[in-house]
Every structure is written in C-alpha cells, then in structure tokens.
Design a protein around this ligand. Structure first.
Ligand code: DER
Length: 223
C-alpha cells in the first residue's frame, strides 16, 4: 500500500467516529483531506463542520459541507486531524501544514481527538520532525535565541522565498535538534515565551485515539 492509500484508509475509517446530525471538528493536511472527501459522501448525515484552516474550509465548502464559526459551537464530540509525529501516549507534533494555532483551538473545544495518520508518524520520542512554532514576527529572533539555548536550531519557514504568513497573519519557526522527552512540560515552557502564539506540541490537547494506517490495515490505538 502506498502512503496515499494508507491516508485514504484512515480517512475513511474516521467516519465511524462521526455522530449522525453532529458538527465535526476538522483538522488540516493531506490525510485530513482524505477524511473530508469521505465525509462528503455522508454530508446529509451531518450538520456541518468547524474548520482549522482556510485550506480545509475551502475544501469543505467545495464539497457542500456547511462550515460553522467556532464561536457558534460550545462543544464538539470529535475532532479529526492528522499529525507530523505521534508518540505512544497520544502526544503529537503538529504544524507541518502551518495550521497549528486553529487546530489547537478546535481540538480544545472537542471532547475526543481522533488522530488519523500513516504508520510513519508513530514515534517513540517527539522531536525528529522539525517542531513548528507560530510566533509574532517582532519576537522571532529572541525566540530563535531561546531555542538555541535548548540546543534547538530554529529557522523561519519560507514560501516562495518570503516568510510564510499564517491564516492568523503571523510567521512559523521550524526547530530541529530537540528531543521532547516531556511533552507537557515542554509545551508549558515554550507557551510562556512572549511572542509565541502556539507551539506545535499537542500534549494538553493530545489524541485519545489514533487510527494508524499500516500495511496490515488500520490499527486503532487508544491512549
Ligand atoms: O499541519 C498539521 O498539523 C497537519 O495535521 C500535519 O501535521 C499532518 O499533515 P499530513 O496529513 O499532510 O501529513
């Protein structure tokens, strides 16, 4: 099975967590796109979605799925999203798609985080994947220095040669060289730094379930 086929498998498997008549929390990325395509096949059975990015919003609307504002909804039953890394406790590194801030917001208003991922994302310790951090531009260099003090090498993510600008008008640092052995402590620590909007460690908003696409089919991990 190719990686794309594994993503399709888990995207379709996530439908089983969608309650009839519910509003679904929808993440961002190529695996979530497979879920959105699958959700469209049962769109008459759902009320709509709360989206975590302009990209997902566009795809949902193009497929005729109503998109609601996060402030119109108190609580979502499930949030379906991918990850760049997930460890054996359900902690994740996210932000490869630059949507980490709104992803964490929608995850926070959801009762269950269902992560959908191909098996390459399951790791023992977070930190191999360059950690995305959304920052206010004027704080960028100082935050780079603070990561350097932790042994991390932070670079500003570029798009067409210019700093990528997120849906929220901020920029993204990608940090290599970190070993995140205590995700909760690390997320708390970096959240304190002035100018950090969101750090791409999802420990407080960890996944309760991971649908893992493997050559043997979909494995359901429960944390
Ligand atoms: O940006 C994100 O957090 C995405 O969910 C990303 O981590 C997963 O994207 P992928 O499904 O395209 O690998």
């Amino acid at each position: 099975l190719t990686q794309d086929e594994l993503k399709t498998l888990v995207g379709q498997a996530a439908l089983q967590y969608v309650l009839p008549g519910s509003i679904v929390g929808v993440g961002t990325g190529s695996t979530v796109n497979k879920f959105i395509d699958a959700l469209a096949t049962i769109k008459d059975q759902v009320k709509g979605a709360v989206s975590s990015s302009e990209a997902s919003t566009a795809r949902l609307k193009a497929l005729g799925i109503p998109v609601l504002d996060s402030n119109e909804v108190v609580e979502l039953a499930v949030y379906i999203d991918g990850a760049d890394e997930i460890d054996h406790q359900g902690h994740m590194v996210k932000g490869g798609g630059a949507a980490l801030t709104r992803e964490k917001i929608v995850a926070a208003q959801s009762l269950q985080f269902i992560c959908i991922a191909d098996e390459s994302k399951l790791v023992k310790t977070l930190g191999q994947f360059p950690l995305p951090v959304e920052v206010i531009p004027m704080a960028a260099k100082r935050v780079v220095r603070q990561f350097a003090a932790l042994g991390g090498v932070a670079t500003i993510r570029l798009k067409d040669g210019q700093p990528l600008v997120t849906d929220n008008g901020q920029i993204i640092l990608d940090v290599t060289g970190l070993q995140i052995s205590d995700p909760l402590a690390f997320e708390s620590q970096v959240n304190q730094w002035p100018g950090v909007v969101t750090v791409g460690v999802f420990a407080y908003q960890k996944a309760q379930v991971c649908l893992l696409g493997t050559a043997e089919g979909v494995k359901t991990l429960v944390f």
